[in-house]
Ligand binder design. Structure first.
Ligand code: GLN
Length: 532
């Protein structure tokens, strides 16, 4: 079986929504009963996204198999409602390390090891292996960065070679660009697109389609002008104008005939199957954008609130839960470092504390966890938000002296949160946390049991610290219950306060399992409690 490849490149500038275009094309093919998946190439030198600051780069998305990936992988999972393994996020470091390791083993003995062919071969092998291992009909490969970047050159060269080797019946290129208009009625400018396609052609790639970002739908005359200068037909210039929600983008592309064009280019005429899958997707997409009567106000108190993308999966998960319950969720991001008047939290229907690392802003989170507990405001604490909720309880209900996490205060007298024992020997910071999916046992007759309706769940993790088991009996005596655990009772995974309206902390990251139409259950229960 020959997998068909669609390579998505980007021009003009970053942030045009290449990830959404990639996900939307993949979704349309999936809705046409094709077996699809997506790959994200990140040309940076980090081995993975794990060591990058979320404020600069956006959230680190954790896959089921424990990859710390670019947040686009999260987009693919949400659009396709399918798990994406970590080998689908390819970086320069991974490619070079493998080639250098092979060279040291003597596998290229006698040869001068070079970017072309050795690095480009490794890139092609990785892409082809995914396609054949997973027996895919289509693999959509998104190349990060903007054409013209030095670091993406070896990747674009590898994609160019693949097209020469496999031919245009098996590989097409989609280039995402921008047609700016200087004001609402202004003319749509084509020059940035012309230049960006020229740059792409300079390195030997002629795009088959252009997906052009614009505020208003692309005018016919603009399409024609772009077509003329970029060597495609006007039909192959697709308008990617502003939509109310990213979930409308597949429909916008579909209405312009993209599926027919793709199948025709691949010689698969007549394969478009607009089957029942569409009804279900349309219902989900509609539920995400429709007007809702009740607005639920959620305060998200965290460390990386200056960039909405730092918690992108949490934001999505809240919206998925809201859509399922027919409620709109409004999120206010509050910086835990600068919050002084905690009474301002009283106007919210619920308080969510997402993941985080380090000392800065942690006192504000501890006070927030206390405020929610004392004022009976629904609280959902994720990872750091779970650990700091326990610290808040230890300080003010157990009245223990000097309660802290050793992450925040290594010499604390009462380390209610402490380093995972196996982490004591770990020296490297990259890829060394407790990562990915782990099985969790849920205790009967608890809130956790009510939420998940199962005694066993599997959730994704990303942490180095955990609840110190020695404090658990004291906590439970005073009303904070640990209702789920993992690794044969070694680790606490969920905390709750039965007397509270809704007080839940989870060591894992439920947000990575939430998808439109299939919201993660802890988020649904949280929004439900917040709406009462
Ligand atoms: N910093 C905490 C830990 O390492 C929490 C991590 C997180 O919130 N992802 O355990």
């Amino acid at each position: 079986m020959q997998t068909k490849f669609i390579f998505v490149t980007g021009g003009v500038m970053s942030g045009l929504g290449k990830g959404v275009t990639t996900s939307s094309i993949a979704k349309l093919l999936q809705l046409s009963n094709q077996k699809v998946s997506c790959v994200k190439i990140d040309p940076y030198l980090n081995y993975d996204a794990g060591t990058m600051n979320p404020i600069a780069h956006g959230e680190v998305f954790v896959t089921e198999d424990g990859g710390e990936c670019d947040m686009d992988i999260g987009n693919y999972e949400r659009f396709l409602n399918q798990n994406i393994p970590k080998n689908h996020n390819i970086t320069t470091a991974q490619v070079y390390s493998d080639v250098i390791e092979s060279e040291r083993k003597g596998e290229f003995l006698g040869a001068c090891v070079q970017i072309i062919p050795h690095i480009t071969d490794e890139i092609k092998n990785r892409i082809r292996k995914i396609a054949s291992d997973e027996e895919l009909d289509f693999l959509i490969v998104e190349c990060g960065g903007t054409v013209g970047d030095i670091e993406s050159l070896p990747f674009l060269e590898a994609l160019r070679q693949m097209r020469v080797e496999d031919g245009p019946k098996n590989i097409i290129f989609v280039h995402v660009t921008l047609a700016p208009a200087l004001d609402v009625v202004g003319e749509q400018k084509t020059k940035p697109t012309q230049h960006s396609v020229q740059e792409l052609r300079r390195i030997g790639i002629q795009p088959d389609f252009l997906a052009v970002r614009c505020t208003q739908p692309l005018e016919e005359k603009t399409k024609k002008k772009i077509a003329l200068f970029t060597n495609v037909t006007a039909d192959d210039v697709l308008s990617c104008h502003d939509a109310k929600s990213i979930f409308e983008v597949p429909q916008i592309l579909y209405d312009q005939g993209i599926l027919d064009f793709i199948f025709t280019k691949f010689g698969k005429v007549g394969m478009v199957n607009t089957s029942a899958n569409w009804d279900e997707w349309n219902k989900i997409a509609e539920s995400m954008v429709s007007q809702k009567d009740q607005k639920i106000k959620i305060a998200m108190v965290g460390k990386y609130v200056t960039l909405a993308d730092s918690y992108v999966s949490v934001n999505h998960a809240l919206k998925h839960a809201g859509a399922k319950l027919g409620k709109s969720v409004q999120i206010d991001w509050i910086d835990s470092e600068s919050i002084e008047d905690f009474n301002k939290l009283s106007k919210y229907d619920g308080i969510l504390v997402p993941g985080g690392f380090g000392t800065r802003g942690s006192e504000g989170i501890i006070k927030t966890a206390n405020y929610a507990r004392e004022n009976n405001i629904p609280y959902l604490g994720i990872c750091f938000g779970f650990q700091l909720a326990a610290i808040a309880f230890g300080r003010s209900v157990l009245n223990l002296e000097d309660v802290d996490s050793t992450e925040i205060k290594p010499e604390t007298k009462n380390p209610v949160v402490d380093l995972l024992p196996e982490q004591k020997e770990v020296a490297d910071l990259g890829g060394s946390l407790r990562l990915g999916a782990h099985k969790i046992k849920v205790k009967p007759d608890t809130l956790a049991d009510k939420i998940y309706d199962s005694d066993s769940i599997v959730k994704r993790h990303r942490h180095r610290y955990e609840i110190n088991k020695k404090y658990v009996p004291e906590f439970e005596k005073k009303g904070m219950i640990f209702s789920a655990e993992s690794d044969e009772g070694k680790r606490m995974e969920i905390l709750e306060i039965p007397d509270h309206k809704f007080y839940l902390g989870v060591q894992f990251h439920p947000e990575f399992n939430s998808r439109p139409g299939f919201p993660e259950k802890a988020f649904v229960s949280f929004i439900e409690a917040a709406s009462k």
